[in-house]
Write a protein that binds this ligand. Structure first.
Ligand code: MN
Length: 354
């Protein structure tokens, strides 16, 4: 089989290295509240910049690394990634974004930072907002696949920890190649799997969970409502914002459920997640439209999400209630349903189980 996509990468990689050689100091950034794909692709790009262009660079993330698996990934693999608040952006003359676009605003770079490159596989942004160098492949299942190809093309020896990170990035973003993956995803997945530390992978995938995690989970189960084939979860205040996305995945596993919409907030940040079962559901476009003028949202056909800042005068609890209601109504009207069609997901069980 001819891997023609690797030839495209070869040209792109040469152009990228040429471009970044013009910079003095480079900051590589994930998106806010980064997932494994964003973390791995940022660390991969950082390695490429240092090894192949001989430039000084650092990796930063915005927001929080909340999910226990993602914290374990950074800790167990010893990935050097700093919170963006520790960075003085004026010390850098170029930025590289991993798994996001500058115009999305969902990253810690200051709005005026004009010299940036972008690596992403999400929906396109408006023309005229692109970076000086971009590699956007919406047919790719993970940004980690794109970055893996760059590193493979350069034939650099990869540290086991970086190969493990890139494998985990591809694995999680494509749900083990079950969604959105092409031949290219399988190819880099296999390449990185051979080089990954399987014992560390296991430790990342089954991390310890704090008791508060189970409190959040209980409130999901208590508040879940079923609307035909859709589940809506309005979690309110949660101790970890990532639970909003986690439960969207979890509740899609219920038989007959074809859509999940979940939301919750922590501090003044509200998260929205959507999952769909059937191809052609266009969840990303739907979330983008629902959040238009309220926050930032988007994603893929079957998997989407967004964030809203709850910084009004009424306090986050009230603001969350109003936003959640609006989003629920928009979603239900898209499905041609209404509030009256709700039923609790779990019937109340009596002691004798009847
Ligand atoms: Mn991604």
């Amino acid at each position: 089989m001819k891997k023609t996509w690797l030839l495209d990468t070869k040209q792109k990689c040469t152009a990228f290295l040429k471009h970044i050689r013009k910079a003095k100091r480079i900051v590589v950034s994930t998106h806010n509240n980064p997932d494994p794909d964003s973390i791995a692709s940022a660390c991969g790009l950082n390695y490429l910049i240092q090894k192949c262009a001989g430039k000084s660079s650092v990796v930063i993330y915005g927001g929080l690394v909340g999910r226990a698996e993602n914290q374990a990934m950074i800790r167990k693999l010893g990935l050097e990634i700093l919170p963006s608040v520790m960075i003085d952006f004026s010390a850098f003359d170029m930025a590289v974004l991993a798994d996001t676009r500058f115009a999305s605003g969902f990253h810690p770079l200051p709005p005026g930072f004009s010299n940036f490159c972008e690596f992403d596989h999400h929906l396109e942004v408006k023309e005229g907002t692109e970076g000086a160098f971009t590699d956007i492949r919406t047919h790719y299942g993970a940004t980690s696949t794109i970055v893996s190809e760059y590193l493979r093309q350069q034939r650099v020896k990869l540290p086991t920890t970086l190969a493990t990170a890139l494998f985990y990035g591809i694995k999680t973003d494509t749900a083990n190649l079950s969604r959105m993956g092409g031949q290219w995803d399988l190819d880099s997945y296999m390449y990185m799997f051979e080089r990954a530390d399987k014992k560390l992978l296991m430790e990342i995938e089954k991390p310890l969970l704090p008791p508060s995690y189970f409190g959040d989970l209980r409130s999901c189960i208590d508040t879940a409502k079923l609307y035909g084939s859709a589940v809506i979860l309005e979690l309110g205040s949660v101790s970890q914002i990532e639970i909003v996305a986690e439960v969207a995945d979890l509740f899609l596993r219920i038989p007959q459920v074809e859509w999940v919409l979940s939301s919750g907030y922590r501090g003044e940040e509200m998260a929205v997640s959507m999952r769909a079962l059937r191809e052609g559901s266009r969840a990303g476009a739907l979330v983008k439209r629902m959040l238009d003028g309220r926050g930032l949202g988007g994603g893929h056909d079957l998997l989407a999400g967004g964030r809203i800042a709850l910084n009004g005068n009424s306090g986050p609890e009230k603001a969350y209630g109003a936003q959640a209601e609006y989003i629920r109504k928009q979603f239900l009207s898209h499905l041609e349903m209404n509030d009256a069609e709700a039923s609790p997901l779990l019937k109340v069980q009596t002691k004798n189980g009847s």
